[in-house]
Ligand binder design. Structure first.
Ligand code: HMG
Length: 372
């Protein structure tokens, strides 16, 4: 079944860099520390390990690490970059954009537009769409964009969100589509809500947990129904080899797919087969990173693209509290098969250290003191 999607032959993802921090904690250790049944975290939420940053390492280090990897793979020069956008909700300053901190480290200056985007976990996707549309509009005059999604997700100690913590960054060069093409059309849905927010001056987010689940599920249904349009869901999704989601915790994604199945009037078996075949396999890296906020969806997309044959199609559903959401359609290109970023993720996971309960306590204590 054909659709009306367009893929520009000259613009897409030219390179990907992923960076995970050097520490992590097994959620079973956290469960022991909090006196909670570990099955609640592993089976109830679907979590495994949460990436953590050591003292003195944070959102800028992650962003710079990912950007350096993407630039090295791309092989182009920083002089060819005309746009630098960093999507994040871990801003370090209310005025100075994160992109300025990153540009300093990368030696990026001159005839370039540089700024930060914020919309909770959706901020990285907004940055990517702006870069894509900047290229397609002609404003780029042949220059490339460097888009980075970088975050450190921490909740207050003992908060129900604590086992879903994580960190990571994904950088993408938006130029010639060596790795992937992105459909010009996308499917967005937004609705104002207070499901998850962090008032100015607060170190940790406030969360209406149940509401946040409902908002995420509603956003999923609204975006996918637009993709389906007047086709049947089976026809609309027939071309897809994988479907990636924002992953606050893997069970959230399973719940959202359950909601989709209901709205598509699928049998429980059909829903389960869609989840197990197309969605669950894209979350291996997320289970090791935890929630990377803006980076979360793009960690899943990076995994799904790795080793994929050219022409295979991937759905990418972005959700950010507040709330905003958008479903993108991506097609693997020739460079996806080699996927050098997959080796870098494997190296990050191999070299990182799992912290003990005492170390975690000390780390959180130090961060709380720094925040005061
Ligand atoms: P909670 O207190 O752990 O909730 O908080 P719960 O008591 O409902 O338990 C969770 C699940 O564990 C349940 O499963 C329990 O049954 C199960 P479910 O019924 O839902 O399928 N359970 C057990 N399973 C096995 N053995 C046991 C056991 N005990 C319980 N012994 C909550 C959960 C999600 C609210 C919390 O983690 C939280 O506040 N998280 C942060 C908010 C969040 O991630 N929301 C997701 C949607 S919003 C979003 O994605 C945006 C976000 O990324 C931010 C942004 O955009 O910037 C968060």
């Amino acid at each position: 079944m054909t659709d009306a999607l367009h893929f520009d032959p000259n613009t897409g993802i030219a390179a990907i860099g992923v960076q995970l921090p050097p520490l992590a904690m097994d959620v079973r250790e956290l469960a022991a520390l909090r006196g909670v049944d570990p099955d609640k975290y592993t089976l109830g939420l679907g979590c495994d390990e949460m990436a953590l940053c050591p003292e003195g390492y944070g959102v800028v280090d992650l962003a710079v690490g990912a950007a350096k990897r993407a630039l090295a793979q791309w092989g182009g020069s920083v002089e060819d970059i005309g746009l630098l956008v960093v999507g994040s909700e871990s801003a370090v300053d209310m005025s100075r954009p994160l992109s300025a901190f990153v540009a300093e480290e990368l030696g990026l200056r001159g005839r370039i537009r540089s700024y930060e985007t914020k919309h909770a976990c959706y901020g990285g996707t907004v940055a990517l769409r702006q870069a894509l549309e900047w290229r397609l509009s002609g404003a780029a005059r042949g220059k490339a964009a460097l888009v980075i999604a970088s975050d450190v997700a921490l909740y207050a100690p003992k908060d129900p969100g604590e086992p879903t913590q994580g960190a990571g960054a994904v950088a993408m060069i938006i130029a010639e589509p060596k790795v992937a093409r992105i459909a010009t059309e996308s499917f967005a849905y937004a609705e104002p809500a207070f499901d998850f927010w962090r008032p100015v001056g607060d170190s940790f987010p406030s969360v209406e947990g149940k509401l946040s689940l409902d908002c995420y599920k509603k956003a999923t249904e609204e975006c996918f129904q637009q993709l389906v349009g007047d086709r049947t869901p089976a026809d609309a999704l027939a071309d897809f080899a994988a479907v990636c989601f924002h992953v606050p915790f893997p069970k959230m994604v399973k719940k959202a797919v359950g909601q989709l199945g209901e709205s598509f009037e699928w049998t429980p078996e059909a829903t389960s087969s869609f989840y197990e075949g197309m969605v669950n396999p894209t979350m291996d890296w997320n289970r090791k990173s935890g929630n990377g906020y803006t980076a979360s969806l793009w960690i899943s997309v990076a995994q799904a693209l790795a080793g994929r044959a050219a022409g295979q199609r991937i759905g990418a559903f972005s959700y950010g509290s507040g709330f905003g959401s958008e479903l993108l359609v991506i097609e693997a290109a020739e460079g996806a098969a080699a996927a050098p970023w997959a080796d870098e993720v494997a190296e990050d996971l191999k070299s990182r250290r799992l912290v003990s309960q005492d170390e975690y306590d000390a780390l959180r204590g130090a961060r709380l003191a720094a925040a005061e």
